[in-house]
Design a protein around this ligand. Structure first.
Ligand SMILES: NC(=O)c1ccc[n+]([C@@H]2O[C@H](COP(=O)([O-])OP(=O)(O)OC[C@H]3O[C@@H](n4cnc5c(N)ncnc54)[C@H](O)[C@@H]3O)[C@@H](O)[C@H]2O)c1
Length: 269
């Protein structure tokens, strides 16, 4: 039996019915959590997890009223809220700012970034009452460095990283820890278009030192760590899980492309 780090704890999840969200829900359940799962769409999540320890409510995180309703419903149903995992997001379009649709830009910011603000302002008072709480968001490597064409997504995820830091400072003395994970490339429905484009996929894998995308559970385990007491002295952090992607300066692979005798000339004295 796995560790039961979330026994008697209530975990609220956004974007929980697909990809990383759904896989992380499974990990939380295995560790004893009771789940309040939300998403803009249900996608048979209750069929997958059963309704014994999982409740689903539709919630569009770009809408403050949906966020307030969902957090309130969670507290009313279970009487507590221990972990808020804000994971719901959309990629938006891939284009320069000149070509980016204004409404789409606003929607991506509203979903990926503002969602945390809308949720946290209702969740934190309950965590404060309980004297403890953990908030984890899914940011991205795109929030720590730029990516070509991802103007709305990168801006939103960078905002999420810094909102995480600010909230961590503001609530540290109340026992509420706030962190985020920054995945690189994960194999999920969001990234299907990358996988389907042979050229893009080849370049993508080549750029990742581990030469593979993450199974979402590999990132989910980082989420559980940050949400658990194992991370009791960790707050305000952006934990990167990217197969070594951001460790690279972007420079050429000298070892791969230069002959050993050129790379290692004989020492002259
Ligand atoms: N897949 C990757 O390579 C990758 C890399 C870095 C970060 N991320 C982040 O990981 C998280 C999970 O994404 P994923 O890869 O599992 O993709 P996914 O598309 O499988 O999951 C995203 C989920 O968010 C939900 N969602 C979208 N808009 C929403 C809204 N307005 N309100 C509520 N829910 C909404 C979707 O319905 C979906 O269930 C996202 O925050 C994403 O930005 C993904």
């Amino acid at each position: 039996m796995s560790r039961q780090r979330f026994e008697n704890q209530v975990v609220f999840v956004t974007g929980g019915s697909s990809g990383l969200g759904a896989e992380t829900c499974e990990l939380f359940l295995q560790e004893g959590a009771t789940l309040f799962v939300t998403d803009i769409a249900e996608r048979d999540i209750l069929k997958r997890f059963g309704s014994e320890k999982t409740f689903f409510q539709q919630c569009d995180v770009s809408k403050p009223e949906d966020c307030e309703k969902a957090i309130t419903a969670c507290i009313e149903r279970f009487g507590r809220l221990d972990v808020l995992f804000h994971n719901g997001a959309r990629l938006g379009g891939i284009s320069t700012v000149v070509d980016h649709d204004v409404t789409l830009f606003q929607e991506v910011i509203n979903t990926n970034l503002c969602g945390l603000f809308y949720l946290a302002r209702v969740a934190i008072p309950q965590m404060r009452k309980q004297g403890k709480g953990a908030i984890v968001s899914t940011a991205s490597t795109a929030g720590l460095a730029g990516d070509f064409g991802l103007c709305s997504y990168s801006a939103a995820k960078a905002g999420l990283v810094n909102l995480t830091r600010t909230m961590a400072l503001d609530h540290a003395q109340e026992g509420i820890r706030v962190n985020c994970v920054c995945p690189g490339y994960m194999i999920t429905p969001m990234t299907v278009p990358f996988k389907e484009n042979k050229k893009v996929y080849e370049v993508l894998l080549e750029s990742i030192p581990m030469h593979r995308g993450a199974d979402p559970k590999e990132v989910g385990r980082a989420v559980l760590f940050l949400a658990s007491d194992d991370a009791s002295y960790i707050t305000g952090q952006a934990l990167v899980a990217d197969g070594g992607w951001l460790a690279h300066s972007g420079g050429p692979n000298f070892i791969k492309h230069m002959a050993p005798q050129v790379r290692n000339p004989p020492l002259s004295n």
